[in-house]
Design a protein around this ligand. Structure first.
Ligand code: NAD
Length: 498
């Protein structure tokens, strides 16, 4: 990748001159490594026009041809996985194995989309009335857009576009301006896989680009993933402009530990899910609800494990946790350490003192643990999106459940227990979209759909799986009669089946 990152429009890098650009950092050193072009309204219009022109042909391209391209893309992704992962690490900061895992999870959606001929099959009923047949078909929408967050620069776009283009749509992606390179590389691989020009486009930028996509008359649908305030805005603006919108928002994921749980398993899970990717995952565990009497023991086991974590440059093979994405984000996350202490929580492990194997200019914060957190504190109410884990103590299962259900978010949750009945009751009673039972990060596989409840999702369709296919298509039902030689005559009555 060159030091300037630009748009990918109509199968090539944009050759214009941007009016505005943004800095892209290497979070492990704190240095600006690249500049990214920010799209103007007319740049977005250029990309949408390319997508609209490409739809004429792509929307009626055979399923066999579409899947041929997707299979080829899958091979190229496999072959280039490490290169894309390295790009992600260099701009996001997550460790190389985590970045490779993200590409893998995106690749699984590509594999799901390779099955589109089966997924788009409609239904057929013969003789719904005498000599009349009915069948349903699903057709693409046209130009659709994806707006994605910084924390999964490859996977989240791949939740969207493989299914969208498999369904026959053309796509305009607006990735995060913090780590934009992976999206361009993906565009290049799609073209190399044989995707016609204009079917997949990338425009970089900020609110200017997003707002244009949300109101552009030729954009039929918008998929968004990001923070809750922006998700709400995107949903309201996009639907206000008459578009179909799915907008996935933020999270505060609780992990409930019942007294009969395996505490070593629970402590390992809390570490993995709390501090993996420096807590910058929408499915990260940020609150552990310890149902007494296990809290003291659990806190002890988590604290001991934190001490052994290696925090450092994501390119070093021994690093388990990398830096935060930007300096402002580091400052925001760090401010919660003071806020939590001031509110009366017990700072068991202060991440500011954790040893770091990396450049001192990097955006570092080590894993942090708070105990005695209560629901009124800002460290509990706010999505911190960093390596800060809170322990809330509950006296009963009912109290723990009430905490989870009272929270404004409902993305993911987990319960740790050896009691099957309690686990079954939890999965039934909890008001959250994705539930883990002795699994801390219950991200659904590509053939299920991913999405939360409450303020974690605006709209009613989750991403990928069958709901993804539904989102990117619209249904049509055809009723046909091939006339016999005789003619039914005039009948002004409402058609009924007889
Ligand atoms: P963000 O909301 O700041 O940005 C997301 C996208 O919106 C980016 O492309 C950004 O350029 C754009 N954007 C930002 N401000 C905007 C504005 N005012 N108007 C229009 N567009 C704007 O989110 P982020 O910081 O990149 O990502 C982290 C957030 O994403 C966290 O809240 C996390 O929980 C959430 N997230 C949710 C899921 C999920 O599946 N629910 C998955 C990943 C991340």
């Amino acid at each position: 990748m060159s030091s300037n990152i630009t748009h990918w429009i109509n199968g090539k890098l944009w050759d214009g001159t941007a009016e505005r650009t943004g800095d892209v950092y290497n979070p492990a050193t704190g240095e600006v490594s690249r500049q990214v072009d920010f799209a103007s309204v007319s740049d977005v219009d250029t990309a949408v026009a390319a997508a609209k022109a490409a739809f004429v042909e792509w929307g009626s391209t055979s399923l066999a041809k579409r899947t041929e391209v997707l299979f080829a893309f899958r091979e190229l992704l496999h072959r280039n996985r490490d290169e894309i992962a390295a790009l992600i690490t260099s701009e996001h900061g997550k460790v190389a194995s985590d970045a490779a895992g993200e590409v893998q999870r995106g690749l699984e959606v590509v594999e799901f989309a390779c099955g589109i001929p089966h997924l788009l099959k409609g239904a057929f009923s013969e003789n719904v009335s005498r000599t009349v047949d009915s069948y349903s078909i699903r057709q693409p929408l046209g130009v659709v857009a994806g707006i994605t967050p910084f924390n999964f620069p490859a996977m989240v776009p791949m939740w969207m576009f493989p299914i969208a283009i498999a369904c026959g749509n053309t796509f305009v992606l607006k990735p995060s301006e913090k780590d934009p390179s992976a999206a361009v590389r993906i565009g290049q691989l799609l073209t190399a896989a044989g995707l016609p020009d204009g079917v997949f486009n990338v425009v970089h930028g900020d609110k200017v680009a997003v707002d244009r996509l949300l109101t552009h008359p030729d954009v039929r649908a918008v998929s968004f993933v990001g923070s809750t305030p922006i998700a709400r805005y995107v949903y309201e603006t996009g639907t206000g402009a008459g578009k179909r919108v799915q907008a996935l928002g933020g999270a505060k994921n609780h992990m409930v530990v019942l007294p009969d749980a395996d505490l070593d398993l629970a402590a390992d899970a809390a570490i993995n899910a709390g501090f993996g990717s420096a807590g910058e995952r929408c499915m990260a565990i940020s609150v552990v609800v310890a149902v007494e009497p296990v809290a003291d023991e659990l806190v002890d086991r988590i604290r001991t494990r934190i001490a052994d974590l290696t925090v450092g440059d994501g390119m070093r093979p021994d690093s388990q946790m990398g830096p935060l994405v930007t300096k402002p984000h580091l400052e925001k996350v760090s401010s919660y350490l003071d806020a939590g202490t001031a509110a009366g929580a017990k700072l068991v492990v202060d991440g500011r003192g954790h040893p770091i194997s990396g450049d001192e200019g990097g955006f570092w914060l080590g894993p942090t643990l708070f105990d005695q957190v209560t629901p009124q504190m800002s460290i509990y109410t706010d999505e911190i999106f960093g390596p800060v884990l809170s322990i809330v103590r509950a006296q009963s299962y009912a109290e723990a459940l009430d905490l989870v259900n009272s929270n404004q978010y409902g993305n993911g949750t987990a319960i740790f227990t050896n009691d099957g009945g309690a686990a079954r009751r939890f999965q039934h009673e909890v008001e959250v979209g994705m539930v883990g039972i002795n699994v801390p990060i219950p991200v659904p596989m590509a053939y299920f759909s991913f999405g939360g409840w409450k303020n974690s999702l605006f709209g009613d369709t989750h991403v990928h799986g069958a709901e993804g296919v539904h989102f990117y298509t619209r249904g049509k039902v055809v009723t046909q009669r091939w006339l016999d030689p005789s003619h039914g005559g005039i009948n002004l009555g409402f058609p009924t089946s007889s």
